[in-house]
Design a protein. Structure first.
Length: 327
C-alpha cells in the first residue's frame, strides 16, 4: 500500500527535473536573438552616439546584434516609458539618462528609478555653457552680467526638454549667481543636436549642453564654449575654463547615462548583461571613442548603479524644488 505515493513522488520528480534543466538551459543560452536598445533622445546627440558605440562593443561580447532604436519625445518621457513597459526578458534594454531622477518630481510622468532594472552606468558628463561664435560674449562673466542686467526673456536657451538635465543645470547656475532662473526663456528640444542647429541659426542664444555634444560645431568654428560646470577642466577641451575659474563658483552638475531594462528582469540575465557591458566598457571601441570625443567614461555595476540612482533621485528632488519646478 506504500507503492502509490512512491510512484507519485517519482513521477513528480521526473517532471520537475526536466523543467528545471529547461529553465537553466534557457538562461545559459541567453541571448538567443537580437537585442533592442531604446534611446530616449534624438539621433546625433550625446546619448545617441554613446549608445551606438557601446552597442557595437556589446554585440561583440554577446554574439547577437544590438539594435539601437531612437524613441524621442516629451523630454525623454516617451523613450523611458517604452523601456519601462517592455517585457523584462532581456531583449529590450535602453540607455537611461538622468531625467529619470527629475521627471517625476516635475509631474511629467509617474516613472521613477523603481520602474527600471539598472544594469550598469557607463557615462557622466558635466554641463557646459555654449554660445555662437559671433556672440558678443567672450567669457561667462560677461554673459552672466548681461543676463542680470537685461529684461526677463531677453535671452533664450535650449538643449533638452523643459525640466531636463541641461535646463536644470543652467537654472541651478543662475540661482547660484542670485539670478531668477526664469529670466532666461527655455526653448524645449529633443536633445543637444537640434539645439546646436538652433544656436548656429540664431534661434537661441545659449546651449548649456555638455561640451562634447558641441564639439562638431566648436571644431567647425561656429560655436564657442565659455565654461564647464565641473570641478576641473576636461582634458579634451583644455581651453574651456571651469565655473570656479570664471565666476568663482563651486557649483557643478551634469548628466549620467547607463544601461537598464524594465523592472523585474531575471537576475541571471542581468548578470550576463552586466558582465558583457563591463567588457564592452573597457574595450578599445568604447574607450577610444569616449576619449577622442571628450565624454566621461564612468563605470558602476548593477548594485552600485542602483544605489547611485536612488541617491541621485533624492538630490535632484531638492534641486528641482529650489528651481520652482517641483509639482
Amino acid at each position: 500500500m506504500f507503492k502509490t505515493p512512491t510512484l507519485k513522488r517519482i513521477t513528480l520528480s521526473a517532471l520537475i527535473l526536466p523543467l528545471s534543466l529547461s529553465a537553466l538551459q534557457a538562461h545559459a543560452d541567453y541571448p538567443e536573438r537580437p537585442i533592442q536598445m531604446i534611446v530616449p533622445w534624438a539621433a546625433g546627440g550625446g546619448t545617441d552616439s554613446i549608445a551606438r558605440t557601446i552597442a557595437v562593443a556589446l554585440e561583440q561580447e554577446l554574439g547577437q546584434p544590438v539594435n539601437v532604436v531612437n524613441r524621442a519625445g516629451g523630454g525623454s518621457v516617451v523613450g523611458h516609458t517604452v523601456l519601462a513597459n517592455a517585457a523584462p526578458d532581456g531583449y529590450t534594454i535602453g540607455m537611461m539618462t538622468g531625467e529619470i531622477s527629475m521627471m517625476h518630481w516635475q509631474g511629467l510622468t509617474a516613472l521613477d528609478y523603481e520602474d527600471f532594472t539598472p544594469i550598469a552606468q557607463v557615462n557622466y558628463d558635466y554641463a557646459g555653457v555654449q554660445v555662437s561664435a559671433d556672440s558678443p560674449y567672450d567669457n561667462l562673466g560677461e554673459l552672466i552680467d548681461a543676463i542680470r542686467s537685461q529684461p526677463e526673456g531677453t535671452f533664450k536657451a535650449s538643449g533638452v526638454g523643459q525640466g531636463g538635465i541641461w535646463h536644470v543645470a543652467f537654472g541651478g547656475m543662475l540661482v547660484d549667481q542670485d539670478i531668477d532662473p526664469r529670466s532666461v526663456r527655455w526653448i524645449p528640444s529633443e536633445g543637444a543636436a537640434p539645439a546646436m542647429v538652433d544656436l548656429v541659426a540664431g534661434g537661441i542664444d545659449i546651449a548649456p549642453t555638455s561640451v562634447p555634444e558641441a564639439r562638431a560645431m566648436i571644431d567647425a568654428g561656429r560655436v564657442k564654449s565659455l565654461a564647464i560646470m565641473a570641478p576641473e577642466r576636461n582634458p579634451v577641451f583644455p581651453d574651456v575654463p571651469t565655473l570656479k575659474e570664471e565666476i568663482d563658483s563651486n557649483y557643478t552638475l551634469g548628466e549620467w547615462r547607463g544601461i537598464g531594462g524594465p523592472a523585474g528582469m531575471d537576475e541571471e540575465v542581468v548578470a550576463t548583461l552586466e558582465a558583457a557591458l563591463q567588457k564592452a566598457f573597457v574595450s578599445d571601441i568604447y574607450q577610444d571613442f569616449m576619449r577622442q570625443q571628450g565624454f566621461g567614461a564612468v563605470w558602476r555595476n548593477s548594485a552600485d548603479f542602483t544605489d547611485f540612482m536612488q541617491e541621485t533621485d533624492a538630490l535632484m528632488g531638492n534641486v528641482v524644488d529650489n528651481l520652482g519646478l517641483k509639482r
